[in-house]
Design a protein around this ligand. Structure first.
Ligand SMILES: NC(=O)C1=CN([C@@H]2O[C@H](COP(=O)(O)OP(=O)(O)OC[C@H]3O[C@@H](n4cnc5c(N)ncnc54)[C@H](O)[C@@H]3O)[C@@H](O)[C@H]2O)C=CC1
Ligand SMILES: O=C(O)[C@@H]1CCC=N1
Length: 266
């Protein structure tokens, strides 16, 4: 990895998942400093501070992982502690490059939109950088590679959609698992067995789709025997008020909220 020292501010669900994955895939803990209000230990060998040090050695890379609403609480002391050229990787949903630039003048800004499965190296990380610096892009590619699929977005506006589809996506899938299980219960399965079958079905089907050389539409056709029961179920999902319409509304609601958070940070 090309970054000698990394500070992470906000090591909660998402930032923490990225850091833990980097540590399990070879990041030297001595290169990482976690800054968290509690000051509680993060991981063995990782320095943990409860506030931004006023006179510490500024890092080569800063991972910003607080909630967008907390940005202004951390930005002042961080900006003062950083050196020109520090790479700022922000995972804040919505918050735009210009909003970050205004708060961290001199930083080289990269927006990243990860999702929680980065914890097991099977996440998605959408990336956007206004100034295309090929060397920095390569270093970020190398940093993000252990997390899962890495996708650079040319259009900054697409980051709000990446946040909805990939960032929020796991939550939407978890809801699907629960809905599948609840529907199984409604149709007569015992509660625990329905939950177990639904989750195992989604895990197995997702893994198979991920390894398949055909797309999900063809995979669905292979399940649906002509004249069989799957077709009847797909007819419901594919109907006018079916899954397509529901997901369109779901993603639109999440994108709209990301845009509201962007506006609030301007
Ligand atoms: N949870 C997810 O799946 C995803 C989250 N994100 C983004 O990640 C960011 C964090 O979200 P989560 O991890 O879900 O939230 P979280 O609440 O789990 O983590 C935020 C962390 O920031 C810490 N924090 C708050 N104020 C602080 C301060 N002054 N100094 C240092 N640390 C402070 C909190 O203690 C907490 O650990 C958000 O900006 C969100 O948009 C992006 C993609 C996915
Ligand atoms: O809910 C949120 O605001 C963040 C953005 C993507 C996933 N979690």
């Amino acid at each position: 990895m090309s970054f000698g020292s990394i500070w992470a501010v906000g090591a909660g669900n998402m930032g923490g998942a990225m850091l833990r994955r980097w540590l399990t895939t070879g990041l030297d803990p001595a290169r990482l400093t976690v800054i968290r209000k509690s000051g509680a230990a993060f991981a063995e060998g990782v320095a943990t501070l409860s506030a931004v040090p006023a006179d510490g050695d500024a890092p080569e890379l800063l991972l910003l992982g607080v909630k967008p609403q907390m940005l202004d609480l951390v930005a002042g002391p961080l900006a003062a502690a950083m050196r020109p050229g520090t790479v700022l990787v922000s995972i804040l949903a919505g918050v735009e490059d210009a909003a970050l630039r205004a708060r961290f003048p001199g930083a080289r800004i990269v927006r990243a939109m990860p999702n929680l499965p980065v914890a097991i190296g099977q996440g998605v990380v959408g990336l956007h950088m206004v100034d295309d610096e090929p060397e920095l892009r390569a270093a970020i590619d190398e940093l993000m590679a252990p997390l899962g699929l890495v996708a650079w977005m040319d259009d900054a506006a697409a980051m709000d959609v990446v946040a909805a589809v990939a960032g929020s996506g796991p939550a939407f899938l978890y809801r699907f698992v629960d809905a599948l299980a609840a529907a199984g219960v409604a149709a007569g399965l015992p509660v625990e067995q329905s939950a177990e079958l639904a989750l195992a079905t989604v895990v197995g089907a997702a893994a198979q789709a991920g390894a398949s050389d055909v797309g999900p539409a063809e995979m669905a056709e292979r399940v649906a025997s002509p004249g069989g029961s799957t077709r009847k179920g797909l007819d419901v999902l594919d109907g006018d008020a079916g899954l397509g319409a529901l997901m369109t509304r779901t993603i639109a609601a999440a994108v709209a909220r990301n845009r509201e958070m962007a506006a609030a940070a301007r």
